[in-house]
Design a binder for this molecule. Structure first.
Ligand SMILES: [Mn+2]
Length: 329
């Protein structure tokens, strides 16, 4: 299926391609608390750059979540502060990131590069780079990456198709929300290029270690409902990790379960993470959870957002999020 871009988007793709041709050493990065869209797009770009004979390194602030470690090239991803990173990258490609600060510790590396390319579909993107391709009409940055990878009739490899299919699948919540007219056409082309929907969905959604389900059972005991304001929340503390032998990453999907509660219009999930607390928020109606996350230095989309509270107890974080939601309700 032939996919057509609008002229202004085509122009951006051409600009990015020529910067990729000119560049020698690339740094690929994305937002902290990395998700499927960000990691899938990074890996696809990594493959493309390698095929072009370029040097490329992927550096992220956080470790790749376990559910994405099946992806091709996932073993190449470096976590900032660990392993060798480029001293002075020629070109940085910042993916799925509303602001450069959202890359966390990788920001200091980006600042050293000659050219910064910003590819993103978030509504609020500051246009911080030398080349900015920002368009919130795309359901995922993976869709934008698709147009770059297939530029000039370039054929995608099976591995690249798997990465981009995963990016789009996860950012649309399983091809459910934010579907643009491009989404299904691109997915069709990715399947034609070798992506296997069943195998990818199994890796991402349908395999959960027993310890994670045990953690969920403890977490569900904390479930609360604000009847008046119609929102639900639950939390995971360090003691629960200890009791079940789990880690922070074993909470994958917990917030999506919360979002299924019919009576709630807004939900949020809190977990103790490192020295602080991570919050994930979801909204079903018009309530903008990105605004809440942004108050605390986070970001995301209107209906799905997140933020991190440094050096704070889970009770304090809970109070802050509750009062922010109630104030804006
Ligand atoms: Mn995204």
């Amino acid at each position: 299926m032939k996919m057509q871009l609008k002229p202004e988007d085509k122009k951006k793709v051409r600009e990015i391609i020529s910067a990729m041709k000119e560049g020698k050493e690339f740094l690929l990065t994305a937002h902290r608390n990395i998700d499927g869209d960000a990691i899938g797009s990074e890996l696809a770009f990594y493959s493309m750059l390698k095929k072009m004979g370029k040097k490329a390194v992927i550096v992220n602030q956080d470790r790749t979540p376990a559910i994405y470690r099946f992806l091709p090239f996932a073993g190449k991803v470096k976590v900032s502060g660990m392993g060798v990173t480029p001293d002075k990258p020629d070109v940085s490609i910042v993916i799925d990131c509303g602001s450069p600060e959202r890359t966390g510790k990788v920001f200091s590396l980006i600042k050293k590069s000659r050219v910064v390319i910003n590819i993103d579909h978030h509504f609020s993107n500051s246009g911080f780079a030398s080349i900015n391709w920002i368009n919130h009409r795309f359901s995922a940055t993976g869709e934008m990456a698709y147009f770059i990878l297939s530029y000039g009739g370039r054929m995608l490899t099976k591995k690249e198709a798997e990465c981009l299919y995963t990016a789009i699948l996860t950012d649309t919540g399983g091809f459910i929300h934010n579907i643009s007219p491009y989404t299904m056409g691109i997915a069709q082309n990715l399947v034609a290029a070798g992506a296997e929907p069943e195998q990818i969905a199994r890796n991402v959604y349908f395999e959960k270690p027993l310890r994670s389900v045990k953690l969920l059972s403890l977490c569900l005991n904390t479930l609360q409902f604000d009847r008046q304001n119609k929102f639900c929340w639950m939390k995971v503390d360090r003691d629960m990790y200890r009791q079940t032998g789990t880690k922070e990453e074993d909470t994958e999907g917990f917030v999506d379960l919360l979002a299924k509660i019919k009576e709630a219009n807004i939900v949020f999930f809190l977990k103790e993470f490192g020295k602080g607390v991570k919050a994930s928020l979801r909204s079903k109606g018009n309530f903008d959870v990105e605004r809440i996350a942004a108050q605390f230095g986070g970001g995301g989309h209107k209906r799905a957002a997140g933020c991190y509270f440094e050096n704070i107890s889970i009770e304090q974080a809970e109070k802050k999020v509750l009062s922010a939601i109630r104030k804006n309700r």
